[in-house]
Design a protein around this ligand. Sequence first.
Ligand SMILES: *Cc1c(COP(=O)(O)O)cnc(C)c1O
Length: 368
Amino acid sequence: MNVPFVDLKAQYQSIKPAIDTAIENVITETAFIGGKYVNQFEKDFQELYGVKHCISCANGTDSLYIIMKMLGISKGDEVITVANSWISSSETISQTGAIPVFIDIHKDYYSIDETLIEAKITANTKAIIPVHLQGQICAIDVIESICKKHNLFLIEDCAQSHLSEYNGIRAGLTGIAASFSFYPGKNLGAYGDAGCIITNDDALAEKCKMYARHGALIKHQHKIEGINSRLDGLQAAVLSAKLPHLIKWTKQRIAAAALYNEALNDIEEIVTPVVRPNSKHTYHLYVIRAKERDALAKHLKEVGIETAIHYPTPLPFMEAYQYLQHQPEDFPVSNQYKDEILSLPVFPEITQEQINYVAHQIKAFYSK
Ligand SMILES: *Cc1c(COP(=O)(O)O)cnc(C)c1O
């Protein structure tokens, strides 16, 4: 049996007529940039989240950068984020001229350890970017209080947490703004690059929109110099066609995770995901910690099961951040877990047979 890490083909097959019609419409109408499909998706996503503004942009990296830039973050500032994430979370801090300040991960939830944040706040700190990694929300209430106490911006990186919740509040609705990615493999994925910003702040929304469109809200009236970060019409139409399925797909991910939990329950050599109390984990990734991780991954590959590691090297240990001179002891949990974490295949269309097969093969590996 083959178990791919994600199966975008299965998803396309399940909604083929809607996707094909969406793409055909955009091409027939040559609505490639701007226009009705982009406006429609912004409206759809804004309504789904019940926020005042959704500003689409080219990808989920730009959305983070645009938010920070428009909040005035610049050289001499510091922005706090987490040691284990995709590099967008920190490289966008550097793009503004600010310095990324990394915090270790929580031993159970794998996202920023909120108890370590306050010790890293200095007179230069301007913002905190919690990353709701793997679909699991951070301790957003605690982080919100820290931001209020120290007068810092709270910017949520929701690239992996579409529809995740804490105390019934969705990820992305607590901070001044949130950034989403619609990279194809994300829980809501386009057929290319795409991203957006959501916010309830009118002034910030207008600035972000202007900056992402060359500094002009009205054609040829450039109030500032901006960048070109537009969502194109094809991606917008694909996203609008997929959006009605997002709640169902999220339930299917949660159901798949429950099957994994049950099937992997009695394997002593691994640790299955721990869900934060009162929260909804949406399983962008299903991450276990495993003894002899590399050998396990190799075995799984040999029997047709694709796995991945998110991420093999914590950000502070990347060559790109050598200048910060971090040591492994600075991030003990990230440093230990980098050799233990393994992301198993999870996607809405994964079958019970596939999950059982993965569990069976993990058991077979450890009973050798
Ligand atoms: C995917 C991702 C991003 C960036 O998204 P792109 O659309 O690929 O630019 C940012 N942060 C995290 C945590 C991500 O997983």
